[in-house]
Design a protein around this ligand. Sequence first.
Ligand SMILES: [Zn+2]
Length: 323
Amino acid sequence: MIIQTSPFLDIHAHAREPGQTHKATVADTCAAAAAGGFGAFAAMANTVPVIDTPELVRFVKGAAVLGVTVYPVAAVTVGQRGEALTDFAALKAAGAAALSDDGLPLTSEKLLKEALTRADALKLPVLLHCEPETRQAEQAVFWIKRLGCPAHICHVSKADTAAVLRKARREGVLFTAETCPHYMTVQADGKMNPPLGTERDVEAVLDALCDGVIDCVATDHAPHTAEEKASPNPPNGVVGLETALGVVLEALFRSGRMPLDSVLRLMSGKPAAVLRVPVPPGVISVDTDAEWVVNPELLLSGAKNTPFAGMRLRGKVVRGDVG
Ligand SMILES: [Zn+2]
């Protein structure tokens, strides 16, 4: 079946610019995004240098190509060092769509509290990386509730975290949360943080998506070179923009858990609402039955570290008209 739908929006991608262009660039991340049906993505701040100044925000935003919108995510703390907060107002004025110290959780309660309060005053979403996941998610929920300021929990992967969030949802806590395609199937393979879950975790994550405890799907697209991934201590992360649709359709739609339009909203309207931005303009055509095998070499992403190499997927964007 070929359907037309709104382009997707990924609120969690690593475009590796500035400074890590051997892994990927904003331009090839845009190419991977467009191929996967994404009309926009949020580019995380853990680059070299860290995106913590208005100049760098403007640079990343301006590097977008192919009609894909790039929403720069600026660092919460200067240099992501967890010491001093960045100038949220100046970063927002330059085009930052959100704040995150992705990869480095805010462990200081004082800073977390101050960051949530200041960001809320500016209506800037804060994307929290929780590590260790369940304990930090509990802490985040505690402060969100206490301060009445919203925040977003990144890449939920565990049944225990889903349980914490389910309770918080019942209590009306103002959080939003995402999970990633590689936490939605037991067939993924790769080293990432948080690590891949067990069958019980995958089930819990899918249940949480169906119940609205987890709001949306993000890829955590994280390019690394083949050399880096083959090294004795490989970095965490996998690419995901081009495979997200096929994996998500399998896990939620073809499994009979969710109707197609609801599944597509998890990758478009819902993440746009979390980021408080419009759904990307344009229309994409999706062939929900198109079968294909993931061949890393054919991915347009700068790096090929997919957790789905060799996997047979069903569902592909056959025509994208974004921007
Ligand atoms: Zn990330």
